[in-house]
Ligand binder design. Structure first.
Ligand SMILES: [Zn+2]
Length: 349
């Protein structure tokens, strides 16, 4: 992904922690042969007054408890292990850890576990956790764009809510459904059009793979330097070679899940190339930059690239800068056909 979110945004994770504590308390009582505490005493003391009126939560806790009470101690211990493992988000994404999925839970409690944690996720909105979380991320996001594509703009806090992706999908990893560490604001196209319910931790053949940690601090740059001018189907647009720097397993997962290369090529580069060339020619005329010699042309492209490179993620500037960086390099290498194209455009722009 192009940039990551600040880990501080996930610190207000008290509700997820509370939920896990209640489940663990139920298991501990049952394993000791005791009756679990009843609602609202099951809620940690400090949070009891704030949550006791949440009847939907109470009903799902009770249903979970009922199902857990009918399992063996070994089954219950296995569930707690899965709960713990599914929330080791950072280590799971780096392949330093593994976890069981919903299918590894006893069938008789699977539905109750999913229902409890999915309901808890929905409660994040009512408890004002979701909006506070989004506000921090919105302010921290460069140019307020989706970091998975760099092209979709986020609306300001207070607007219709942006998608909140379960990075580890809740259908497979229900115990992480309300964990802010697993929740990622994401543009609608990236979330609903591409990622959907794909398992970020596993390839389609079921093998494990590394994935970017949205709160991990790593970022990636796009290079088009190996693209071939005039190599596209129309004979003018380049044959795009999109490279990631660094090119890592995480970047491969990102491309597979979000179809980054396909989208950039089809929706941005092929669609915009000719108009970006025209824009460049207009810019040269507007500010009076001469392109009569190769040296002058290369100098003009360099200035234009620097300008767009300074624009960050605004209006897909990072991709336009990458295009002109490649074109400059080609002109420096003496690509006469490309130099002639620039000259011709300078005449009629
Ligand atoms: Zn996006």
């Amino acid at each position: 992904m192009l940039f990551t979110y600040p880990i501080e945004a996930t610190e207000n994770n008290w509700f997820h922690d509370c939920l896990c504590e209640m489940v663990q308390s139920i298991h501990a009582s049952l394993d000791a042969g005791e009756e679990p505490q009843v609602w609202p005493d099951i809620i940690p003391m400090a949070l009891r007054d704030g949550l006791r009126s949440r009847r939907g939560l109470r009903d799902r806790i009770n249903a979970y408890q009922q199902a857990a009470g009918e399992l063996t101690i070994a089954d219950r211990q296995n569930i707690i292990q899965i709960l713990t493992d599914q929330n080791e988000i950072e280590r799971l994404l780096s392949c330093d850890h593994n976890c069981g999925t919903a299918n590894d839970l006893p069938e008789s409690i699977r539905g109750q576990a999913k229902a409890l944690f999915s309901f808890a996720f929905n409660l994040l909105t009512n408890l004002d956790i979701r909006d506070t979380f989004y506000g921090i991320i919105y302010e921290a996001s460069p140019n307020h764009v989706c970091p998975f594509c760099g092209c979709e703009y986020f609306d300001a806090p207070g607007a219709v809510r942006e998608d909140l992706d379960h990075y580890l999908p809740k259908s497979s990893y229900p115990f992480a459904a309300a964990n802010l560490r697993n929740l990622v604001p994401m543009g609608h196209k990236c979330n609903s059009g591409y990622k959907r319910d794909q398992d970020i931790l596993k390839r389609q053949d079921g093998t494990r793979r590394r994935a970017f940690d949205p709160y991990g601090g790593n970022s990636i740059k796009i290079s088009l330097d190996d693209s071939l001018p005039f190599g596209g189907e129309d004979g003018v647009t380049p044959d795009w070679q999109i490279q990631f720097d660094p090119d890592s397993e995480e970047a491969t997962t990102w491309d597979e899940v979000f179809q980054i290369r396909t989208r950039y090529k089809r929706d941005v580069l092929n669609e915009s190339f000719r108009s970006w060339l025209t824009d460049f020619s207009r810019w040269c005329r507007f500010i009076g930059v001469a392109v009569g010699t190769n040296e002058a042309l290369i100098n003009a492209i360099d200035r234009y690239t620097t300008y767009w490179g300074s624009m960050g993620f605004r209006d897909r500037a990072f991709l336009r800068a990458a295009v002109f960086r490649m074109l400059k390099s080609q002109c420096e290498s003496g690509n006469e056909r490309l130099i002639m194209l620039f000259r011709d455009m300078a005449v009629w722009a």
